[in-house]
Design a protein around this ligand. Structure first.
Ligand SMILES: Cc1cc2nc3c(=O)[nH]c(=O)nc-3n(C[C@H](O)[C@H](O)[C@H](O)COP(=O)(O)OP(=O)(O)OC[C@H]3O[C@@H](n4cnc5c(N)ncnc54)[C@H](O)[C@@H]3O)c2cc1C
Length: 359
């Protein structure tokens, strides 16, 4: 029998679930409270697709698999245009760079060690060459709102219904089972509700007796006015991560996740933008167009939470940081689990149980 599935949230995570569930033949309806397309954390993202340093082995494997799945989605979703530009990185000590390179190469994640001259060949616009850097040719970026639009459009073509401006007030519970949602316009029933509501997930869970531990650290990014091509790929330097969008804007943070802008975000943005100008040849001509402060829905242990919510049949939760990187794998593996194909071992360490407690 066709499963009737409601997805709450139309950021990059909800969009990926919608696509994968619709592709598998489910009856899918996605609801998002906002009238605009793209999500809340998603548009404020630096949008680096990677399985870079500092990730525990299980999390590395999930991220690496998601990069593989981005390539597949890129082939089957018209116009998605993932930018497989590679990343140049030197935001750590030389010894750490070398051990990162050898560890990742042994895991099948290609990392090339370069001297300053070779780094400048990849990014000739750098004002100062790094002493040593690594280049990761398989890393990528997307324009996050565009990616959500394309994923949702592909989901629609496969039969999903996508409703913006439809907020979910609460989850409807009957005898320990979630049977639907109450929206601004009335109730809707479902066999399974997928909660992909980012920062609003704890509020919806609290109403049905579950406390979800979730942090929401702020992250400041600056965006230049569009300019001609300056960068060829992602650049991760000490205290400055910068990339150029498909429209020619430079987007930068003190790192990809951005720092807390403190109580004067305008001043913090101007100080950060001054670093961008000094970092690039010709940078003095750059103009600050806008800054954004995004709030990352982040489990306190820094890794994803995905799976059925214990004690509440019919409710499936997905909340994560690095959602741009992880959306394809979480959507694909989550859809398979929801549709009864079992839990992929890649997801085993990421059960939401560890973050949930009964209120
Ligand atoms: C500054 C910054 C930099 C980042 N850099 C990177 C990076 O380089 N690489 C990377 O992989 N990740 C990065 N991230 C993280 C990534 O952007 C997030 O993990 C991802 O966007 C989360 O997507 P989401 O769909 O869960 O959440 P969101 O985009 O917030 O979407 C949630 C959606 O749910 C909807 N919603 C909420 N409540 C309800 C309700 N009650 N009813 C209906 N709809 C509801 C909202 O309207 C929203 O559209 C960054 C994030 C930030 C802020």
């Amino acid at each position: 029998m066709t499963q009737k599935i409601l997805i709450v949230g139309g950021g990059i995570i909800g969009a990926s679930f919608a696509l994968h569930l619709a592709e598998a033949g489910a009856d899918v309806r996605l609801l998002d409270a906002q009238r605009s397309v793209g999500g809340i954390a998603t548009p404020a993202s630096w949008a680096w697709i990677n399985a870079s340093w500092g990730n525990p082995p299980d999390y590395f494997r999930l991220r690496h698999e998601s990069m593989r799945q981005w390539r597949e989605i890129d082939r089957r979703v018209p116009g998605l245009a993932v930018n497989w530009c590679g990343g140049l990185l030197w935001d750590m000590a030389e010894a750490d760079l070398l051990s990162y390179a050898s560890e990742r190469n042994a895991q099948g994640y290609e990392v090339r060690v370069l001297d300053g001259k070779a780094a400048l060949k990849i990014e000739p616009a750098l004002a100062v060459a790094p002493p040593v850097a690594v280049h990761v040719p398989g890393e990528a970026s997307v324009e996050p709102v565009h990616a959500v639009e394309r994923l949702l459009s592909a989901a629609r073509e496969r039969g999903a219904e996508v409703l913006h401006g439809t907020g979910v007030r609460w989850l409807i519970e009957k005898k320990g089972r979630i049977v639907g949602v109450m929206t601004d316009e009335g109730d809707l029933d479902a066999d399974v509700v997928v909660l992909a509501a980012g920062a609003d997930s704890p509020r919806l869970l609290k109403d049905v007796g579950q406390d979800l531990a979730l942090d929401q650290p702020p992250g400041l990014l600056v965006h230049s006015a569009p300019v001609g091509e300056m960068l060829n790929g992602l650049v991760m330097a000490p205290e400055l991560h910068v990339r150029q969008t498909s429209e020619g804007r430079l987007v930068a943070g003190s790192d990809f996740a951005g720092a807390d802008p403190g109580d004067n975000p305008q001043a913090a943005a101007e100080a950060l933008f001054a670093k961008v100008k000094a970092f690039l040849k010709g940078g003095e001509a750059l103009a600050l167009e806008q800054f954004t402060v995004g709030y990352r829905p982040t489990p306190p242990d820094g890794v994803s939470a995905i799976g059925h919510v214990p004690g509440l049949e019919g409710l499936y939760l997905c909340v994560t940081h690095s959602g741009i990187t992880l959306a394809p794998a979480l959507g694909a593996l989550g859809a398979a689990e929801i549709l009864g194909q079992g839990r992929n071992p890649l997801l085993s360490p990421f059960s939401p149980n560890r973050l949930l407690s009964k209120t």
